[in-house]
Design a protein around this ligand. Structure first.
Ligand SMILES: Nc1ncnc2c1ncn2[C@@H]1O[C@H](COP(=O)(O)OP(=O)(O)OP(=O)(O)O)[C@@H](O)[C@H]1O
Ligand SMILES: [Mg+2]
Length: 387
């Protein structure tokens, strides 16, 4: 469930974060510091299923402002944190579409009870599960190896686990992911899917993709920047709904330009893999990218750092990278110029061209971790809360 939590008061936002962002939480929460006049803008950007709005930190504001938003998003649930619990206020709140009012003091129990009631009402628990896991790859700096890793991890995951894997090339302006593992130009792209979005179903998606293995396909990026601009955030919603329903893993090859399309995709991502190498320019850009993720409200548990082209005994040690970025590195992939160049230049998966190369072995290990860990979206956190 996608949630937007808004307050003008940072301590209240921090408290909401503590209650809502816990390990394996089924919620994708964006925290926004703003007042009632900004609700419309934030909701237009995020399209949340649930809005949690704090009115305790501002001078009493007429709820009519909120009504402008709720009338445009009738299916969005709204929870208000409010000082007043008077019958008049509650009636007014209900009239503008608010279904829950939480008076202070706020507590984890009160908040989560209200959130679960909202979730039950919108019946999201039943309509959205079970879902494929979404993994996004993003280069901290050009040439990190994000595309190479995304495509080859997808290939190895499909081969070694038998899971259904799809890769969506969301590097809309310059994507070429399919050419890393296939030698012919894709007949259709994500722009064709976007222009036929009204009739998008599993068979249209399958026929629009480059099939690499029976259980691994790639939806290619548009052939030109003009066509890239045809892909809108709402197309991505439909595409990802379908992909997560029909595939066990949905891998996204992202561009570093975080526009409304890519942010929409990242909002729906379970794990983001920023890819960097062990030199200062990469580390600097990684720091910036991590700050952007923080600003977008993505918790640390959603981000797994990957160091590519790793060589033991280099100038910069792994511990230095970790202490500079304030985060553990999840996987390292060795440097292997010969095998990787052969794979990339011939458009053949690295596992096929060099099955015993250290890069292949590292990817196999990574795929094993992914295919054996429980799907976060079916995770036990929600169940635990109910029990
Ligand atoms: N582990 C590795 N060992 C050796 N070379 C590698 C490795 N990983 C990637 N490379 C090389 O780095 C090049 C760039 O990789 P890739 O295109 O995947 O980067 P990217 O991060 O997606 O960059 P872009 O910003 O252009 O999308 C590849 O062509 C490949 O030759
Ligand atoms: Mg790339």
């Amino acid at each position: 469930m996608r949630i937007v939590a808004m307050s003008q008061n940072q301590p209240i936002l921090d408290e909401l974060r503590r209650y809502l962002v816990v390990e394996k939480s089924p919620f994708e929460v964006t925290f926004s510091n703003g007042d009632i006049s900004q609700v419309g803008i934030v909701v237009d950007q995020r399209h949340p299923d649930l809005l949690i709005f704090d009115t305790t930190s501002s001078i009493p504001t007429p709820l009519t402002e909120l009504e402008h938003v709720t009338s445009r998003y009738p299916s969005m649930a709204v929870i208000l944190l409010a000082q007043s619990n008077s019958p008049e206020f509650l009636t007014e709140a209900m009239r503008v579409g608010v279904r829950e009012v939480i008076p202070p003091p706020l507590s984890s129990q009160k908040l989560l009870d209200a959130v679960f009631r909202a979730q039950k009402r919108t019946a999201l628990t039943t309509t959205r599960a079970p879902k494929g896991k979404v993994l996004a790859f993003i280069a901290c700096k050009g040439g990190s190896g994000a595309t190479f890793l995304a495509v080859n991890l997808g290939h190895i995951l499909a081969t070694s686990s038998g899971k259904r894997v799809v890769l969506l090339d969301l590097n809309l302006n310059f994507g070429n992911a399919s050419l890393f593992v296939s030698d012919h130009a894709p007949a259709n792209t994500i722009a064709d899917v976007a222009s036929n979005i009204q009739r998008l179903d599993a068979s249209l998606l399958t026929s629009s993709m480059v099939q690499i293995l029976p259980n691994f396909s790639i939806l290619a990026a548009p052939e030109s920047p003009e066509r890239a601009s045809e892909v809108k955030p709402e197309h991505l919603d439909a595409l990802m709904d379908l992909a997560t329903t029909h595939y066990d893993f949905v891998i996204l090859d992202m561009s570093r330009t975080l526009d409304s399309v890519s942010v929409r995709a990242l909002d729906r991502t379970d794990v983001i893999f920023p890819v960097l190498q062990e030199t200062l320019p990469f580390i600097r850009d990684a720091k910036r990218l991590l700050a952007t993720f923080h600003a977008l409200g993505y918790g640390r548990e959603k981000i797994n750092l990957i160091v590519n082209r790793y060589e033991k005994g280099g100038d910069i040690r792994l511990e230095d990278v970790e202490s500079t970025l304030g985060m553990q590195v999840t996987h390292t992939i060795p440097n292997s110029f010969r095998a990787v160049s052969a794979s990339v230049n011939q458009g053949v998966p690295v596992m096929k061209i060099a099955p015993h190369d250290p890069v292949t072995k590292a990817l196999l290990q990574w795929a094993k971790t992914l295919s054996t860990e429980p799907n976060v979206k079916q995770g036990g956190w929600l169940a635990k809360m109910f029990n």
